[in-house]
Design a protein around this ligand. Sequence first.
Ligand SMILES: Cc1cc2nc3c(=O)[nH]c(=O)nc-3n(C[C@H](O)[C@H](O)[C@H](O)COP(=O)(O)OP(=O)(O)OC[C@H]3O[C@@H](n4cnc5c(N)ncnc54)[C@H](O)[C@@H]3O)c2cc1C
Length: 385
Amino acid sequence: MIRDTEGFGIFLAGLRKFVREELVPQEKTVMESDAVPEKIVRQMADNGMFGYSIPEQYGGAGMTTEELVMAAIELSQCSVAFRARVGTNTGIGSEALVADGTPAQKEKYLPRLASGELTGSFALTEPDAGSDATALKTSAVRDGDHYVLNGTKCFITNAPIADLFTVMARTDPAQRGAAGISAFIVERATPGLSTGAPYRKMGQEGSPVSEVHFENCRVLAASLIGGVEGVGFRTAMKVLNKQRIHLAALCIGPAIRMLDEAMRFAITRRQFGQRVADFQLVQAMIADCQTEIHAARALVLETARQRDRGEDVSLPASICKYFASEMCGRVADRCVQIFGGYGYIADFGIERFYRDVRLFRLYEGTSQIHQLNIAKRTLAASGYA
Ligand SMILES: Cc1cc2nc3c(=O)[nH]c(=O)nc-3n(C[C@H](O)[C@H](O)[C@H](O)COP(=O)(O)OP(=O)(O)OC[C@H]3O[C@@H](n4cnc5c(N)ncnc54)[C@H](O)[C@@H]3O)c2cc1C
């Protein structure tokens, strides 16, 4: 749902201009320095980019799902690091509070997440609990007015720079699986919380990711999200269901950009006395990229509208994430191919996208986990299962 078509069109045009004029020229700097420059972070904060999905009453833009995915498609047409910098606040790092926070928790944190004063993060994965997230072992033991957290989270996006951590921990060790898990909001300054050194990664330079350690980390009982124990995994799934549509949109922007770069190259590069864009085998790759981008965009927009209508999107959200992330990988591969040998050379930029987008098929549910989920739900709905 678009609340104000004309106003939103103006917003999108402004965002497109910002991406092209301010972010794209900084891509090489971000890759080489492995950081998004502070000046850009401030500009993004001034433009309200940390608060897209946070309700207006807490200082955000209160975007509908459809608005959020359209903004995401624009914002992601540059290095992944830029949108990853704001992305935890507009997604997994704030959504647990938006969905299930108490009024006091929302009041305390959401305005500062929306303004970019605080950077949020979402800490679910553990060394022995990746795809099988309900196997998590981090414990949260009630002690009077506090909970004491112990455990290690790994692969946490923005952890090295985060001020706030949404943490899934087990409050009931007797319960296995999802039932004993609760969600907490933990401030970085809390004694007993520390983060590891940023990982050295395949790509996405400028988007820091690390472990998070809890050693007798004592938080107030008021840090329990929603004030209810045992529903933390349900909260996490609410976050991830929305995020899967959002992430699918964030796969479409890079695919659009890569195809654009590949076409610009193919029009200027000449072999056998003609532009490589004129070879029909190259055109087939362009056509396949464009077709898949269109299919992903239509799928994501329709699913976003379904969510805005209040429909259950558990199945289509999974389909979106699976299809769009795999699509982006195929587009990256074809675009490197269109560049020929230059596609393998860092100066031409396309290899950076190729490395950056590889992650999309791994996090927020691997492709295999989404295949299982899609098949399980499809079989259940068929009535044959
Ligand atoms: C850069 C980066 C950033 C991340 N950011 C975050 C974050 O901010 N917060 C967070 O909580 N997590 C984050 N993650 C973690 C990410 O969500 C996990 O890596 C992902 O869920 C997969 O878990 P795993 O790495 O343990 O792989 P595993 O679960 O060990 O999977 C290994 C392989 O086995 C396959 N597999 C597993 N189970 C099955 C099955 N039942 N059937 C078939 N195949 C299966 C997988 O598909 C995969 O191919 C991030 C990861 C990375 C790399």
